[in-house]
Design a protein around this ligand. Structure first.
Ligand code: APR
Length: 280
């Protein structure tokens, strides 16, 4: 383990453009359950995962009803994730924020909706599956903080769904549900980061949910769409892909990642930062 931690530290120090991709395994040490680990939400409640696949369809059918259920305090996600306001960043989040401050990490692309990277001080964060503390217009993609709308008042006055202050479109929670497209701005920026990076640190994800799980492949095979629409193919460009995860993933088994540092993100990432400090 020590040798791999030192190897990751030197890969980061030598990198020109390192990014991190994260999943629920970053937040389990903050007391949040993951989804597919041994005690994961979907592992323990497979029926809840099936219901989660229906949420977006219900929103599309009847946004008003969707919001009434969401505000009734019995939303599936709310029940499953509890009160996100009560959890705090852990040493793993702070380690990634510190790497960014030291100039060794340019961006975090996270699947987590819990806002813990931002609260730990990371500035360049792409919330790939949205952020539970934000709202988003489904027409123009404008984002709003929750507080910008008095949702209970809208509900009491029968004025749901909330409408966009910019374009009048329907506003939903920013969280990206199963079967919901990744907002185009986030999808494009994430693909660009994967094309640009020369080092990718993948922390706490089972890497089985697409299209997020495509990002390591885009980095590995250097193929993807640039904003100009041109497909960039840079075969032969070397990229270092490092996994920090409790267990091997398909990225490990298929040789997409160069190596796996197996263990807890909250323990391993701070040790990598320590070695980066010594080596830089
Ligand atoms: N340290 C390192 N790895 C951990 C830790 C930890 N403390 N805790 C859990 N893990 C590992 C688990 O073993 C698992 O391999 O993190 C991974 C978490 O995988 P998932 O539970 O599948 O979470 P994630 O990959 O983020 O899921 C992706 O699925 O349901 C959707 O939208 C949801 O964003 C989520 C997406």
């Amino acid at each position: 383990m020590e040798e791999l931690i030192n190897r990751a530290a030197s890969d980061l120090v030598e990198s020109k453009y390192a990014i991190a991709l994260t999943g629920a395994g970053m937040s389990t040490e903050s007391g949040m359950p993951d989804f597919r680990g041994p005690k994961g939400l979907w592992t323990k409640h497979p029926e809840a995962e099936k219901r989660a696949y229906e949420i977006y369809g219900r929103f599309q059918q009847n946004p008003k009803e969707y919001w009434e259920e969401r505000l009734s305090g019995h939303s599936l996600l709310g029940d499953l994730l509890g009160d996100l306001g009560k959890v705090a960043p852990n040493p793993g989040h702070y380690a990634l924020a510190e790497l960014e401050k030291m100039g060794f990490l340019k961006c975090v692309i996270t699947q987590n909706i819990d806002n813990l990277h931002e609260r730990a001080g990371s500035k360049s964060v792409l919330d790939y599956h949205g952020n539970v503390f934000k709202l988003r217009c489904v027409s123009c993609n404008a984002r709003y903080d929750l507080e910008e709308y008095d949702l209970q008042k809208l509900r009491d006055e029968g004025r749901l769904p909330p409408l966009c202050k910019k374009c009048g479109g329907v506003v939903k929670d920013d969280v990206v549900h199963f079967r919901e497209p990744i907002p185009l701005d986030i999808a494009e920026e994430s693909e660009e980061e994967a094309l640009k990076c020369d080092t990718m640190l993948i922390c706490g994800t089972s890497a089985v949910v697409y299209p997020f799980a495509n990002l390591p492949l885009i980095a590995r095979f250097r193929s993807g769409r640039l904003p100009s629409g041109v497909y960039a193919r840079g075969y032969g460009t070397t990229v270092k892909i490092i996994e920090v995860n409790a267990e091997p993933t398909p990225l490990t088994q298929e040789g997409i990642s160069d190596y796996l540092i197996q263990g807890k993100t909250g323990e391993i990432l701070p040790r990598i930062v320590e070695q980066v400090k010594k080596a830089s």
